[in-house]
Design a protein around this ligand. Structure first.
Ligand code: KE4
Length: 434
């Protein structure tokens, strides 16, 4: 059988051109494959669990465009809904019944949510939620966790994860010292450190924002009692508890991470899945807090494309599909098959490895582990991860190009896809020096 030699000639040419047109040749840093010492492949199209690059290579992909395509790329029902909506126009800058419908779906899905404001990105969602928490409390400081990434608003680019961690940009230039000074950070899973911070600033912290399951340092799972402890401390000190569920919302369950862990935050940030692949974000929560948002209240936030009818259309259809019986059971079964399989193969081929998974998001770390916080994650063998990533790419498996990202499963993946992925992993890991 003639096996086609993996070649990326056209991607290479397009990347050379792109680097002359856009900073780093990309419109979001992690896409540049810099941290895995490689070049990105340019994508021609995607369908279900697969993407094709411009050189005709097909990949089984586990990025889900960083989360949104949980029902599969170009899902026929989502495409049909968009095709039906398109002739009515793409944006009105005025209210639509679609926003009512989507807001009701979010409120019905998430018990802690009584009111919603849609925006156009996760960054807008977290930035606005923090402004709201400051307005509601009259306080200025915020507390985040090392390795957690909440988008690129100035106040959040302090010991962030994802692309910031990937590119070793601990604190991005351009963020005023005065802004960073109001952002406190603590190690994830360290409740004592959080308690100490609250003792030091008992009436100054407006909000504590957290990824309830971290995806942006690789996947990191909250220890038993950690989230409950944060809920108790934030209630004790009058601080707004914000769950950033931009990644976990509607991925870890139909009610997000908060439903899985039985914790009710004061505010919830959403994005990704609720737009079905179109630009979206949302911040949501208790009515008494949300009614401070203009024009109901004095806290200002606005957006030209907020609640965009096409994003609402794709989001509504995506949530309808996720709500069907068996959806999360299938995601759980496929994710466990892959995550457990990868970990077993890594160990069978002699590599130090540990795995973290909650539902349909998981990460294989090249370290003995455990990985309970960002420091642990940074102790992984990043060079080995880069070799693994490259080897898998050449064998038609498309993984996140950074150890500090999560892998995502979709409803479009099959057991055959998982088994093909595991077979490629065994070949690649057998060839990588221990
Ligand atoms: P956006 O502004 O990229 O829509 O959302 C920011 C954001 C907020 N909160 C969480 C928990 C997130 O994961 C994100 C964005 N996630 C990254 C992936 N790690 C997006 C990919 C990228 O930056 O290109």
């Amino acid at each position: 059988m003639v096996t086609s030699v993996f070649q990326t000639t056209q991607s290479h040419q397009l990347f050379a051109e792109a680097q002359n047109l856009m900073p780093g040749g990309v419109n979001s840093p992690v896409r540049a494959f810099k941290s895995v010492g490689s070049e990105p492949v340019f994508i021609e199209r995607a369908e279900g669990a697969y993407i094709w690059d411009v050189d005709g290579n097909r990949y089984i992909e586990y990025i889900n465009t960083w989360g949104p395509s949980i029902v599969g790329h170009a899902n026929p029902e989502v495409i049909a809904a968009l095709q039906e909506a398109l002739p009515r126009g793409t944006s009105f800058g005025a209210p639509t019944r679609l926003e009512n419908q989507m807001a009701q779906m979010v409120i019905d899905a998430i018990p802690a949510v009584e009111m919603v404001r849609f925006v156009s990105s996760g960054t807008e969602a977290t930035m606005s939620a923090l402004r709201l928490a400051r307005a509601y409390t009259g306080r200025e400081m915020i507390l985040k966790f090392q390795g957690c990434y909440h988008g690129h608003a100035d106040m959040l680019l302090v010991q962030a994860g994802s692309g910031v961690a990937t590119l070793g940009l601990p604190d991005s230039p351009g963020v005023p010292k005065s802004t960073a000074a109001n952002t406190l950070t603590a190690p994830y899973n360290d409740l004592e450190a959080v308690a100490e911070i609250f003792k030091k600033y008992p009436d100054q912290i407006a909000a504590l924002i957290i990824e309830p399951v971290v995806g942006n340092a690789g996947c990191i799972v909250p220890n038993a009692g950690f989230l409950e402890g944060l809920r108790t401390l934030t209630e004790q000190y009058g601080t707004v508890l914000i769950f950033d569920e931009v990644m976990t919302g509607f991925r870890l369950s139909y009610g997000g991470a908060q439903a899985r862990f039985g914790i009710e935050p004061d505010l919830t940030c959403l994005g990704k899945i609720i737009g079905g692949g179109l630009p979206v974000g949302a911040y949501a929560g208790r009515r008494k807090i949300m009614e401070m948002v203009a024009p109901a209240g004095p806290m200002y936030q606005a957006g030209t494309l907020s609640g965009n009818p096409l994003a609402m259309t794709a989001g509504i259809k995506t949530l309808e599909i996720l709500k069907r019986p068996g959806a999360y059971e299938k995601l759980e079964q496929l994710s466990a098959r892959l995550a457990d399989g990868l970990l077993n193969i890594a160990k069978e081929t002699g590599h130090a490895a540990c795995g973290n998974r909650v539902g349909a998001m998981f990460t294989l770390f090249f370290t003995d582990g455990p990985v309970n916080n960002f420091e642990d994650a940074k102790g992984s063998d990043l060079g080995k991860f880069a070799k693994f990533h490259r080897g898998m790419l050449e064998r038609g498996i498309y993984l996140a190009p950074s150890q500090f990202e999560a892998a995502f499963m979709s409803l479009a993946h099959t057991e055959a896809d998982i088994d093909a992925t595991l077979q490629a992993a065994r070949t690649v890991l057998s060839a990588i020096p221990r």
